[in-house]
Write a protein that binds this ligand. Structure first.
Ligand code: GRF
Length: 205
């Protein structure tokens, strides 16, 4: 039988991107299985999907570790025990340290709710509104040490409407996130994403 790609998913919250990945796997659009879901937040709704879909889902408590480095080293160890091929950040709200990024070099991807390199960091949708852009969107990219940077895999654009507020714009962007995140994962699985941390270009579809 063909070996299934194993995904390790890091979450902190609601888990709608995780759900989109689960749905795409079930539909056969992503040729992978989720090996583990790990959250840094005990109450993350995303963890409930573990029970629902029979996926190991763990809360790794930051309070149990003396430093951010220790936490990330524990996270690496925990993830490695599930032997993931690719780490997907799906609303994971902690900055990953060097040790983590090096442990999975070139095998970590993230989704961000802006057209990077515009509006990295928190509240990207509000940043876009405050700036008055007319086109917003989302980006899936390989993770490097700089936050919300790294080679871009896929992007999707949405219009910003005059009557938009942060919630309405976020909802329109989120619909696109749910489309491009599974697509980007499948591209990675098919070897269509450069593994070089130096590569600034990635083959497009
Ligand atoms: C998404 O907007 C994602 O782009 C950002 O965090 C949010 C996570 O949402 N990184 P969800 O937990 O996947 O619903």
């Amino acid at each position: 039988m063909e070996k299934k790609y194993k995904l390790g998913i890091l979450v902190s919250g609601r888990g709608s991107n995780l759900q989109a990945i689960i749905d795409a796997i079930q539909k056969g659009e992503v040729n992978a299985e989720i090996a583990v879901i790990i959250s840094n937040k005990k109450k993350a709704l995303a963890l409930e999907k573990g029970d629902r879909y029979g996926i190991p889902a763990l809360f790794l408590d930051p309070k149990l570790y003396g430093s951010k480095k220790d936490y990330d080293l524990a996270l690496v160890e925990k993830l490695q025990s599930y032997a993931p091929d690719l780490i997907c950040l799906a609303g994971y709200m902690r900055i990953l340290r060097t040790e983590f990024i090096q442990a999975f070099a070139g095998r970590i991807i993230n989704i961000h709710p802006s057209l990077l390199p515009s509006f990295p960091g928190l509240h990207a949708q509000k940043q876009a509104l405050d700036h008055g852009v007319k086109i917003a969107g989302c980006t899936v990219h390989l993770v490097e040490e700089e936050v919300d940077a790294g080679p871009i895999i896929l992007q999707a654009a949405v219009p910003v409407l005059n009557e938009d507020n942060e919630d309405s714009l976020s909802a329109r962007i989120l619909q696109q996130e749910h489309i491009i995140y599974p697509q980007a994962i499948q591209m990675f699985i098919e070897g269509r994403v450069g593994n070089s941390m130096k590569a600034k270009t990635v083959e497009t579809q």
